[in-house]
Unconditional design. Structure first.
Length: 130
């Protein structure tokens, strides 16, 4: 068995990660519906949902979560999509992640900790963490 990944698989994965960064919810949904894992991660442990969230694409987050993507899945650095959305100030993404069941207390730093770091009292209130 070879440890060298199939170039076609690498190309497909790159395309799907780019779709997540660009927020193409319809294309992401189609790929996941066709068999791409909803929790596909890159070499840093960033999931499709993490990339969509960090780049401010609430519709893509919702589409992925509806297809089983874990809204609380942390990357290799312990960061969650919700904490990334707080850091970036993406309110629609924050709400989409909460609707999908993301835990504001999960991760390092958590979304609650990130909100405190940046003085986002409105989010602390939203998270019930005043």
């Amino acid at each position: 068995m070879s440890d060298v990944p199939d170039p076609e698989v690498v190309e497909l994965a790159s395309k799907v990660f780019d779709l997540a960064r660009a927020g193409d919810a319809d294309a992401l949904a189609a790929y996941v519906d066709a068999g791409v894992p909803a929790n596909l991660t890159n070499h840093r442990g960033d999931s499709l949902l993490m990339l969509a969230a960090y780049h401010g694409h609430a519709a893509a987050v919702t589409a992925l979560a509806a297809r089983g993507a874990d809204p609380g899945r942390a990357n290799d650095r312990g960061q969650t999509p919700l904490a990334g959305a707080v850091f970036k100030g993406e309110e629609a993404v924050i709400r989409a992640l909460l609707d999908a069941g993301a835990d504001p207390a999960a991760g390092t730093p958590s979304a609650v900790d990130t909100s405190r770091m940046f003085g986002k009292d409105d989010l602390l209130e939203l998270f019930g963490a005043r």
